[in-house]
Design a protein around this ligand. Sequence first.
Ligand code: ATP
Ligand code: MG
Ligand code: MG
Length: 346
Amino acid sequence: GSTIGILGGGQLGRMLALAAAQLGYRCHVYAPPGDNVAAEVCAEATEAAWDDEAALARFSAACDVVTYEFENVPVDPLGLLPADHLAPGLAALEIAQDRLREKDFVEGLGGRPAPYCPVDDADDLGVALHAIGLPGILKTRREGYDGKGQWRLNTPEDVAALDLSAGGYVYEGLVRFAAEFSVILVRGRDGAVRFWDSTHNVHEGGILATSTLPAGPLIEGQVAQARELAVQVAKQLDYVGVLTCEFFAGADGPVFNEMAPRVHNSGHWTSEGAVTSQFANHIRAICGLPLGDTATRALPVIMRNLLGDDVADPVGLLADGAAQLHLYGKGDARDGRKMGHVTRIG
Ligand code: ATP
Ligand code: MG
Ligand code: MG
């Protein structure tokens, strides 16, 4: 059979590899040495630095197609791979790994992000605060996830306490939203697009806690407009695979938050709750296969993340026989990191 290469060794890569195996593919994961939970379910693993060009070239040559489960892979070394080998392509990766470029790009397509300004030093922040005001959030342009690399600014004292010496930030106004949701779509090599239902996503401390359906009338009323934008993003990037766009449901319609050029935590419910999961459809798309039906199987749907010590008692988590438990096999529950999730459908 054919071999699928996956850049990144986290739980998303692990779940992609499991879906690929169901379709008869072998997977080869490439990730820096460390907690590579995808490797455990892949036929092959290369542990090497992201910029190890020789290792990347060998990995790419051993794979029929290469995808990524993590958007912070340096793009320069990947530029050496044959362009049609990488799905989604390099343009999507390049834009989605930089919050500033991402917001500029989406605004250019008619999308509406929160008001934002680039910030590299204290003068820039002064300009940004003058234009946008407090409260707001300073975010690193690159590398942030699960709310890391973000500082909430409520008062002038918060501003004075900042150390901006690293540069490379974006300041954005705080959106007073009533709810959050994401649009998850899959686009095939032939341009066909399908959407999953948009869940209501609740974050705690900057980390996704739950995704639920039905999402409620506020979100349901804004999904069509949000989908239109997400499709524009996908078309513009000639996108192949699963694409996620996160939105705030505000009083005046959807506000774009960020995008992820990959399967997404808020789509984990699709493993049991949709006819075809985000993982299976991502594999179908990158392999040029027909896309599967994305319809929701039964309502209601709830997905709850398990962080840190939430997984200390796996047997207890299995007590509810109607729920499905996913554990990622991470050895170390430090910092309340994502260790697994449970879904309950219908
Ligand atoms: P992810 O793990 O989704 O990649 P991230 O670290 O990239 O997260 P964001 O999505 O930018 O972070 O922010 C995390 C959460 O913080 C959001 O889902 C939202 O709840 C809150 N948040 C971020 N930006 C804003 C904003 N401008 N106004 C209000 N809330 C915000
Ligand atoms: Mg993010
Ligand atoms: Mg986010």
